[in-house]
Every structure is written in structure tokens, then in C-alpha cells.
Design a protein. Structure first.
Length: 396
């Protein structure tokens, strides 16, 4: 019988030391660093999504070094904006997949192709532009994760029926994994409708070809797949963790029951909590909401769930936390955090969370709507501001 959860209380986050395993606060740059420093959550793993927002992630890490765990990677919604060869950068249509029913094509959107082409407003980054930059940031921040990156079979380019090329998504994902292995970094992975493909990739790469720790963020796969990941051979399954957010996993009608099943199926020592919020304003409450769900699913008190969640956070982020300054040592940074937060509002508020989204998604704010509208306008079709493209996923 489930134990009744205590009322939501953000003080639990500080009391037990529960950090946010995955969030995007850089999308709301207004005074962002100061607001992060005021959170009850002691640490936040801030996920980069593209070349254009990595500087904002770094700025937050510099302004709040005891609070922010920086993470750098290419989100699958932006796969078509990051080439792996000069030929791809010169011919962006190669990075887009058209629907099999023939109802759309890249050639039907000349404005989009021009914008993505060399010299365009949203020009595809050639590998020499973004790959060395990614490596440079990871080397400059030894405690940084590789993320967010991964696979999304549901995402579409706003204003079109085109999708980021699937073969390109697979290649980008493997490139991120190999870089993480080389540098010995944990990773945070996005996956929508691609868990079987991800399992196949990890199995093919094997223990030696996979990172030391792998977080499957806002996990949306089946309970059976949880078991499959955990049982991967050669000790690989022991490296895989599952993170959950209320905003992605639990708020839509019919999601709650599935969320509780997944939370009950994942071993406590592999269970991470995240907000997946794009503003500091929703981080503490988002963590408390998913903490309540964990307590309900596992039939324990909120305090017991909090203690277990904090232990798993420390385990997964052990190498990161060991390299970070303490709050006391970081006190000198607080006076400059406000100005750093202001600088973080530059490109992230201009580009928001991206020109491609698996949803208009809860937890993804007004900046997304503006960028979706910009992308849709370039594509030559209208889209309703504040909503995601038709048929897209709700995964963050």
C-alpha cells in the first residue's frame, strides 16, 4: 500500500541534496544566474542543445560554479543544423528526410534551404565550426557532461513535414558517444521512438565503446525496455540510469499511470530526478512534483524517496561534483552573477530553445514559440505561435 506523500516542499531538495539532473534554464536569460543561485536544489545540470547556446551554458557555469554543472551537445531537434561533412554543410537538403507518403519534400521549401545553406540566416554549421568548439568546451570544463544529444523519430521541422535525417541523427549520436568515451564523461541522452535503435547502438559499441555513465533523460520507453537496458552485457547495463520529469512524463492525460509503472520498475540506485524546465522559475517545483510521484510509485515516504534520489544524484554526478567548488568557496561569485545572467539572455533569448522542437511542450517557454514561428516563416508556411509542429513528440 502506498504511503501518502507529504505536501510539496522545496526545502527537501536542499535538506537531502537533490539536484536537477536535466534542465535548460539558459532559455530564460533574464537574471538567470541569480535565480539559479536562489534555488533550493543545490545543483542543476544545464543542458546545451546546439552551437548557438553553448556560450550561454558556459556563462551560467562561470557565474554560479558551485551550482551549475555545464553540459554541451547537439539536441536531435538541431541535427539538421550541424553537419558532419563539408558536403552536408553545402547541401543541407541531405540532412532532411521527407515523409514516405510524398506529401512534402525539401525542394518544396526553397526559403528553408536558402536559410540553411552557406551564408543563410540559419546556416548549417560545418564540422570544423562546431566539433572543435564542443571539444574545447568539454576540455575547459573537466566536470562537464556531454549532452543533450540523441535520437528523435517524431520531431519535425516547423512549418514542414520534414524531419532531421535519421541516418544523420544516428551518426551524430555515435559521434557524441565516442567523444564522451575519449574524455571519460557521463552523458545525458534524448530518445523518442528510438529506444530499440539506441539499444542496438550501445550493444554494438560494447562496454569499451560506451561512456562511463549514461542517463536516459525523461525516459519514455516501456518497463520491458528498462529491464533490457539494465541487463546489457559486459557490465554496460550497470552504467545506465533513467531520469524522469513530471513536465514530460506525467502531465498529459493518461501519462500518470505509465509514469508510476516506470518509476516502480527502475532500481532506486538508477533513478534520477529532473525538471526539464527552461526557466529557473520551474526547477524547484518540478523536482518536488516528480519526487512526489516517486514516493507514490514506490510506496515510500517523500523523505525516503528524497534520500534515495539524492544518493543516486551523487553517484551519477560524482566526477562532476568532485571538480566543483563548494558554495562557500563560490561566495565571491555571487556579486557578479546578476550581470552574467544578463549576458546569458543574449543569444539564448534570440534563438530560444530552437528552430525545431518535438513539441511546443510544457516546460518549453515563449522563446520556443518565437523561434518556431521564425523557422516556419522561413519554410514558407504558417504555424500557430506557442504550439509544436503537427505529429511531433512531447519529449523535451
Amino acid at each position: 500500500m502506498a504511503v501518502a506523500a507529504a505536501p510539496a516542499d522545496a526545502s527537501l531538495l536542499r535538506r537531502f541534496g537533490i539536484g536537477d539532473a536535466h534542465c535548460h534554464p539558459q532559455d530564460d536569460g533574464d537574471d538567470c544566474a541569480r535565480r539559479l543561485l536562489a534555488l533550493s536544489a543545490p545543483h542543476v545540470a544545464v543542458m546545451g542543445t546546439r552551437l548557438g547556446d553553448w556560450a550561454d551554458v558556459e556563462a551560467l557555469a562561470q557565474a554560479a560554479p558551485h551550482k551549475v554543472i555545464p553540459c554541451f551537445g547537439v539536441h536531435p531537434w538541431f541535427a539538421h543544423r550541424h553537419a558532419l561533412s563539408a558536403a552536408q554543410a553545402a547541401a543541407p537538403a541531405a540532412l532532411l528526410d521527407a515523409p514516405s507518403n510524398g506529401r512534402d519534400s525539401a525542394e518544396a521549401h526553397p526559403g528553408l534551404l536558402a536559410a540553411l545553406g552557406p551564408g543563410g540566416d540559419m546556416a548549417v554549421a560545418a564540422p570544423e565550426e562546431w566539433v572543435p568548439r564542443l571539444r574545447e568546451l568539454l576540455l575547459r570544463h573537466p566536470h562537464a557532461l556531454v549532452g543533450e544529444f540523441g535520437l528523435d523519430r517524431a520531431a519535425v521541422v516547423p512549418g514542414t513535414r520534414l524531419q532531421p535525417g535519421w541516418a544523420h541523427q544516428l551518426a551524430l549520436t555515435e559521434a557524441h558517444l565516442r567523444l564522451a568515451v575519449e574524455l571519460g564523461r557521463p552523458v545525458s541522452m534524448h530518445c523518442v521512438q528510438g529506444y530499440g535503435h539506441l539499444q542496438d547502438m550501445l550493444r554494438r559499441l560494447g562496454p569499451e565503446g560506451c561512456p562511463p555513465k549514461i542517463m536516459l533523460h525523461s525516459y519514455g520507453g516501456s518497463v520491458e525496455l528498462v529491464k533490457g537496458f539494465i541487463k546489457m552485457p559486459g557490465g554496460l547495463g550497470e552504467r545506465i540510469y533513467f531520469s524522469f520529469s513530471d513536465v514530460i512524463n506525467g502531465r498529459k492525460p493518461g501519462q500518470r499511470a505509465k509514469l508510476l509503472e516506470r518509476l516502480a520498475a527502475v532500481p532506486a540506485e538508477r533513478l534520477l530526478l529532473e525538471s526539464d524546465q527552461n526557466s529557473p522559475a520551474g526547477i524547484d517545483s518540478g523536482l518536488v512534483d516528480i519526487l512526489d510521484a516517486v514516493a507514490e510509485a514506490r510506496g515510500v515516504s517523500v523523505e525516503a524517496a528524497a534520500e534515495a534520489a539524492a544518493a543516486t544524484f551523487r553517484d551519477f554526478f560524482q566526477s562532476c561534483l568532485a571538480a566543483m567548488p563548494t558554495e562557500a568557496a563560490d561566495a565571491s561569485h555571487s556579486s557578479s552573477s546578476s550581470s552574467a545572467g544578463g549576458s546569458a539572455s543574449g543569444s539564448s533569448r534570440a534563438e530560444a530553445a530552437g528552430d525545431l522542437a518535438g513539441s511546443g511542450g510544457a516546460g518549453k517557454g515563449g522563446g520556443v514559440a518565437a523561434e518556431l514561428a521564425r523557422q516556419a516563416a522561413v519554410a514558407g508556411k504558417a504555424t500557430q505561435a506557442g504550439t509544436g509542429p503537427a505529429g511531433a513528440s512531447s519529449q523535451g
